[in-house]
Design a protein around this ligand. Structure first.
Ligand code: SF4
Ligand code: SF4
Ligand code: SF4
Length: 438
C-alpha cells in the first residue's frame, strides 16, 4: 500500500523541491510507493484539501523553508497536525538559513529596506503593500521552535540522492543481501595484517564478496559498497564489539563510516540526517513500513543497530564529525595561511587545505554530511549543514580551532581582525538558531 506524503513550502527559494525534482529518473524507485496528497510546488492541490484531512492521516510531511511569516507558522502547525512524521527539509527549515541574518535588524527596518529602499524599486512612492500579505514574524526562528520535528535534513539544498534516500529509508526500502560469502574471504589481508585487528573500522566481514576494486589491497578498509552478504565472516564479532563503542573514532574511521552508511545502506549522506527520535519505531507503529534490513544475518543487523544507536540516540556523530572528515584536501600541507584571502583572490590549488591556502573555510566547525561538496570544486565550505557546536561565539571557536590545528602563521587575534563580516561568515546559515544572539 502506498504511503501518504505531503510537501509544504514556507519562506525560502523553493530550491529544496527543485533539488528533489533534479533526481529525475532517481524518483522512479520511490514514486510507486508514495501517495502524494499535497505538493503545491508541483501540483495544484488546494490548501483546504489538506485542512480537511483527519489529524495524523499523512505518514511523512516534508516541510521546507524558514518561519518568516505568520502564514508559515500556521502552515507548519497544520502539517504537524496532519503528518505522523515531520522532516525539516533543507537548511532554512533546520536553521533559518541566510534569511536568519535578517534577525540582526528589527522587522520594521527589514520591511522598510525591502519595500522602500531596495535599489531596484521603480515605484515613485514605494511603500509596504497592505493587501494579501501574510504578516511577518518579528524574528525568524528554526522550525523546531514552532513544532516538533522528527528528522532534520540539512543542506542548501539537500542533494537529490539524499532526499530520495531519506524517502527510501523511511519506507524501509533497504538493500537485499547479495553474495553468499563476505568480502573477508577474498581479502589479501585476511591471513595477516587484517585492518580490524589493528582497530581500523573495516566492514569486510558483513559485505558481499565479488568486488574487483578490493580497497584492502591498497591498505584501505572495505566500506561496504557491494551491500550486505548472506553470511558474515568470523571477524564480524570483532566489528560488532568495535561498533558498540564508537566514541573514540579517528578521522579516518569517521570517513569510512560516512562512506559505509552511503554505500552499504544505500542511503547517500545518511550521516547528514539528524534523527530526533526513534523514527523507525514510529513508522513501524503504523504498520505501513518494514523494519530496516529485516533480511540480513543477525550479526549484520546488530552492527547496523549499533551504528544507528550511535547516530540517532546520542547524535554523537553529528557532534564529533565535521566537513574536514569528508574533505580530500590535505591539512598540514606545504601551504601556510599568512593572510586571509577573499574567495575571488588568486586560484587555489586542488591538493592543499583551503584554510592553509589563506581562504576562510567553515569546514572545521561545520557538521559532516554533505560529502565535502564545495571543496570538490575548490570552493570553501560556508557552513550550510549547520555547526558542530551551538550557542557559542562561532568566530572565536573557528579561530581557536584553526590556529591550533592548521598550518596558519597568524595569531587568533590577527586572524579575526582580518575577517570582515564575522557574523555573515560564521553564522551565515544558522544565526536564527543562536540563542545567545537573540
Ligand atoms: S576485516 Fe577487512 S582487512 Fe580484515 S580480513 Fe576482513 S576485509 Fe580484510
Ligand atoms: S578546512 Fe576546508 S579545505 Fe581544509 S580540510 Fe577542512 S573542509 Fe577541507
Ligand atoms: S561543503 Fe559546507 S557549504 Fe558546501 S555543501 Fe558541504 S556543508 Fe554546505
Amino acid at each position: 500500500m502506498a504511503v501518504k506524503v505531503a510537501f509544504m513550502q514556507a519562506s525560502d527559494c523553493w530550491g529544496c523541491h527543485q533539488s528533489l525534482l533534479n533526481a529525475h529518473l532517481g524518483l522512479l524507485p520511490v514514486l510507486p510507493a508514495l501517495d502524494i496528497v499535497y505538493w503545491p510546488a508541483v501540483v495544484d492541490f488546494k490548501h483546504d484539501s489538506l485542512k480537511a484531512r483527519p489529524d495524523g492521516d499523512i505518514l511523512v510531511g516534508f516541510l521546507e523553508g524558514s518561519m518568516r511569516t505568520n502564514e508559515d507558522v500556521e502552515n507548519a502547525k497544520l502539517m504537524r497536525a496532519k503528518c505522523q512524521l515531520i522532516v525539516g527539509f533543507g537548511s532554512c527549515a533546520c536553521y533559518g538559513n541566510v534569511h536568519g541574518l535578517a534577525n540582526e535588524w528589527d522587522i520594521e527596518d527589514v520591511i522598510k529596506r525591502k519595500y522602500e529602499q531596495t535599489e531596484s524599486i521603480t515605484d515613485e512612492s514605494p511603500h509596504e503593500p497592505k493587501e494579501h500579505m501574510p504578516g511577518f514574524t518579528g524574528k525568524i526562528v528554526p522550525l523546531d521552535e514552532v513544532i516538533s520535528v522528527d528528522i532534520f535534513m540539512a543542506g542548501c539544498p539537500p542533494k537529490p540522492e539524499a532526499i530520495i534516500s531519506a524517502v527510501q529509508f523511511l519506507l524501509g526500502q533497504k538493500p537485499q543481501p547479495m553474495a553468499d560469502l563476505s568480502f573477508c574471504n577474498d581479502c589479501s589481508l585476511n591471513n595477516e595484517n587484517c585492518l580490524l585487528e589493528k582497530y581500523e573500522l573495516c566492514f569486510g566481514p558483513i559485505t558481499s564478496i565479488g568486488c574487483t576494486l578490493k580497497c584492502t589491497d591498497n591498505g584501505e578498509p572495505c566500506v561496504g559498497c557491494l551491500g550486505p552478504a548472506k553470511t558474515v565472516s568470523a571477524r564480524a564479532e570483532k566489528l560488532k564489539t568495535m561498533t558498540q563503542n564508537m566514541h573514540q573514532l579517528s578521522s579516518g574511521d569517521k570517513k569510512n563510516l560516512h562512506e559505509f552508511l552511503t554505500l552499504f545502506l544505500n542511503v547517500p549522506l545518511m550521516s547528514g540526517f539528524d534523527l530526533a527520535g526513534d523514527i523507525l519505531k514510529q513508522v513501524r507503529k503504523t504498520g505501513e513500513a518494514q523494519t530496516a534490513l529485516a533480511n540480513v544475518p543477525a550479526d549484520t543487523g546488530d552492527i547496523y543497530a549499533n551504528l544507528m544507536k550511535f547516530l540517532k540516540n546520542n547524535r554523537e556523530f553529528i557532534k564529533i564529525s565535521n566537513v574536514c572528515d569528508q574533505c580530500d584536501l590535505e591539512i598540514g600541507s606545504k601551504s601556510q595561511m599568512t593572510k586571509v584571502k577573499r574567495d575571488y583572490e588568486g586560484l587555489p590549488n586542488s591538493t592543499d587545505c583551503l584554510i592553509e591556502q589563506g581562504y576562510l573555510c567553515a569546514g572545521p566547525i561545520t557538521r559532516a554530511g554533505c560529502g565535502g561538496l564545495c571543496m570538490r570544486v575548490n570552493t570553501p565550505c560556508s557552513g550550510c549543514f549547520g555547526q558542530t557546536a551551538w550557542n557559542v561565539d562561532q568566530a572565536e571557536r573557528f579561530a581557536d580551532v584553526v590556529t591550533k590545528g592548521f598550518n596558519v602563521a597568524l595569531s587568533k587575534e590577527e586572524l579575526l581582525a582580518q575577517v570582515k563580516d564575522k557574523l555573515g561568515f560564521m553564522e551565515k546559515f544558522t544565526l536564527a538558531t543562536n540563542k545567545n544572539y537573540r
